[in-house]
Design a protein around this ligand. Sequence first.
Ligand SMILES: C[S@@+](CC[C@H](N)C(=O)[O-])C[C@H]1O[C@@H](n2cnc3c(N)ncnc32)[C@H](O)[C@@H]1O
Length: 235
Amino acid sequence: MNKYFNLPSPIPAALFSLNIRFLKRWEAIRFAIFKNHSVGDWEWPDWFSTPHNKGFFDTAEFQSAYSKSVEVAGFDYRIPWRVHQALWAAQSTTNLDGDIVEVGTGRGFIMAAVADWMSGAPTPQTKGVWLCDTFEPPDSEDSKKLSFSKYYATGPKDVIESFAPWPFVRFVVGNVYQTLPSQAPDKVSFLHLDLNDADAEVWVLGALSGRGSFRGLLLFWTITRIVGLKTNIAR
Ligand SMILES: C[S@@+](CC[C@H](N)C(=O)[O-])C[C@H]1O[C@@H](n2cnc3c(N)ncnc32)[C@H](O)[C@@H]1O
């Protein structure tokens, strides 16, 4: 018998479950192709489309946070889904013991949104936010790496100044292979890994969890593996 209906043999059960899987996939493709690939005025932001609800976009909370990101970074990266995920992660870990750490901050697009949300959150936030980066432009002749350089900081000073309104934010400036894990909080509740360097990200995760300081939510992106991007910062 199968779990959906009283079908007598495993063959119809398998066919039934294949059909369900096909229908689910078709539904996702249909939504991706024919509708729902826009958020606000943007088509395919984050290169992402989903049939799921995107009501988050119109909330005052999200709009405020996102506009802070644009203000701090100096231009709009058009990544509402990624900002939404970071906000969701920050909100979901509010009750966990530990601070928020971002490893790979660039100009601070994502964390400006998180800091804005924290400063207006319904319950006062006691967490610190640690931003770790060299805060320098990529040191490379490689065009693939340089095409990402507009997302990198031009120096620590500007980024530190941009985050001045949020006193709970602190900076760890330098190559993470040298600064971590010694310059990190004792407990981490939300870790955002965004180095564009898979090897370094794996190393950071090992370094933080190795000393038992990371017990919380990890957010990271798979693009590093897909484009094979590596920043030129010596280990
Ligand atoms: C994709 S950007 C980060 C984007 C950022 N999270 C944002 O919200 O815009 C990657 C960052 O990782 C930093 N980075 C890469 N390898 C590093 C290393 N070994 N040590 C410190 N920073 C590093 C680069 O300087 C760059 O700013």
